[in-house]
Design a protein around this ligand. Structure first.
Ligand code: HEC
Length: 156
């Protein structure tokens, strides 16, 4: 029972954090705020995740062509990632979920590019209704998440 209450509380916390995330407005023109940078990182990661989950659902339903938009969205997120990961900004994390451990810029650009190119391949394969290509691109996409997370993502 105690365990269940803790689980529910944890789930509520995650949901309310994600809810607050989706309610955020556009970025300020200046990128000096560490808080803005970290919130944008979270926004991108959650956007990537819902698109990957959505692509998997469409695949199950054999709606291959509809996966195009998911590929394009993930590719866009990957494209804009590197400048947001120049600093660690550890103080801007609230002690929950995941944080950025820091990375050499060129290495981080490399793992972001792996995500971007897998997502572009996903978009192009979906556009051609190429099911085998979609399977391959989804595999590459999953691998790119792991490659970056294993190296640069820490958990509180
Ligand atoms: C180029 C690096 C990189 C790639 C590629 C990447 N991530 Fe992440 N991700 C991170 C880092 C760094 C963090 C932790 C920092 C943060 O959340 O600000 C993170 C955090 C997350 C989180 C947790 C966010 C939170 O609120 O704590 C989710 C979910 C996530 N990633 C999903 C994905 C998925 C799914 C993929 C692949 C389709 C992916 N990421 C690919 C770097 C990456």
């Amino acid at each position: 029972m105690k365990h269940l209450t803790a689980t529910c509380l944890g789930l509520f916390l995650v949901l309310s954090i994600t809810g607050a995330l989706w309610a955020e407005g556009v970025l300020k023109t200046g990128m000096e705020s560490a808080d803005q940078v970290v919130k944008t990182r979270k926004y991108l990661m959650h956007t990537i995740k819902i698109n990957v989950d959505d692509a998997a659902k469409k695949f199950e339903a054999d709606r291959i062509g509809d996966i195009q938009a998911n590929g394009a969205t993930v590719a866009l997120a990957a494209k804009v990632m590197p400048p947001l990961y120049r600093e660690k900004h550890e103080a801007a994390y609230d002690g929950q979920g995941k944080f950025f451990k820091g990375a050499e810029p060129a290495a981080f650009e490399g793992v972001s590019e792996a995500l971007r190119s897998a997502a572009q391949n996903l978009r192009m394969s979906a556009e051609k209704n190429d099911k085998a290509g979609v399977i391959q691109a989804m595999g590459a996409l999953q691998q790119s998440c792991g490659a970056c997370h294993n190296a640069y993502r820490g958990s509180f």
